[in-house]
Design a protein around this ligand. Structure first.
Ligand SMILES: [Fe+2]
Length: 306
């Protein structure tokens, strides 16, 4: 695979101040120029002003300039714009029009999270209180995991990511979406058929299920309107999830324990039908998860983000 991870994203929102405050609460470290950092991934989010909420740029990390050159050739073959300058390649997704910036960057080395002992029937691995209930430090995501968009032309978006950028398909949601990866994560990008192009959610890795729960709980304290969907476990990727909503209407997800697919590993994509495409267990997803409340406004361009 020419790439090894998603490095960052830039989102455009009408009100930068309130959205920035939200992602600070979410546990990202605010820095200069609207940039936010994770513990392991460094600066991975940039928030800029825009008339309506949208994905402006997706950052990808490649091993070397040869990888970028191969990617440039594949993108040109597709008729996509290519600006290759040394260790940086710029292109543009053909449907929503966001910039893709692929750069030569080091692979991410993460300090392993200590194994959490779990007791079970006939298996007493822990005595005393569970570490998950004695933690008090605020949850801070380790890294950006994936970005999800709605697209009015699913096949064109998929072609760009698969044939152009070199992503691989991990699973399909019927004929309505595709989980794609450019790292050992089950998915780093998910495109879903939609009546308008929009940013559905960004997803941020935390240490374990306790931090998924602790992070969401802290976000909801005093702000119950931020709740979208959770706690549950996805089927595609197997990760635990909890989705929250930022003031612009973008969802942000805490996740842990996602399936890993080694680069040379064997993985058979499945076509997931019905609820399986969405989740394995958890509360039923609210209708606004698949059809965010501002979709109609985004389509007509009259959305005001009130
Ligand atoms: Fe997700």
């Amino acid at each position: 695979m020419p790439l090894h991870r998603v490095s960052h994203l830039t989102m455009g929102v009408p009100d930068v101040a309130s959205t920035s405050a939200y992602y600070t609460d979410f546990g990202l470290g605010p820095g200069a120029d609207g940039k936010f950092s994770t513990r392991d991934g460094g600066e991975q989010l940039k928030i800029v002003p825009a008339p309506r909420r949208q994905l402006r740029e997706l950052g990808l990390a490649a091993d070397d300039e040869d990888d970028l050159a191969r990617m440039a050739a594949a993108l040109r073959e597709l008729g996509a714009p290519v600006d290759l300058d040394g260790d940086t390649l710029l292109s543009r997704e053909p449907v929503a029009g966001f910039t893709v910036r692929a750069r030569v960057l080091p692979r991410l080395e993460q300090e392993p999270t200590p194994a959490t002992p779990y007791n079970g029937p006939g298996r007493q691995e822990r005595s005393g209180r569970a570490p998950g209930v004695t933690r008090t430090a605020p949850v801070r995501p380790r890294r950006l995991g994936h970005v999800v968009v709605g697209t009015v032309d699913l096949s064109a978006t998929m072609r760009f990511f698969i044939d152009g950028l070199g992503f691989r398909v991990s699973d399909y949601i019927g004929d309505k979406g595709a989980f794609m990866r450019c790292s050992t994560d089950h998915h780093n990008f998910l495109a879903m058929a939609a009546p308008v192009n929009y940013l559905h959610h960004t997803s941020w890795q935390v240490d374990d299920i306790d931090d998924v729960g602790r992070g969401a709980q802290a976000m909801l304290q005093g702000n119950p309107e931020r709740h979208v969907w959770g706690l549950g476990r996805h089927h595609a990727g197997s990760n635990f999830f909890w989705y929250l909503k930022d003031p612009a209407g973008n969802f942000s997800e805490y996740f842990s324990d996602m399936d890993c697919i080694p680069e040379d590993g064997v993985w058979e994509p499945e076509v997931l039908e019905g609820a399986r495409g969405l989740f394995n267990w958890g509360p039923p997803p609210p209708p606004s998860f698949l059809e965010p409340e501002d979709l109609a406004g985004l389509m007509t361009g009259t959305h005001s983000n009130g």
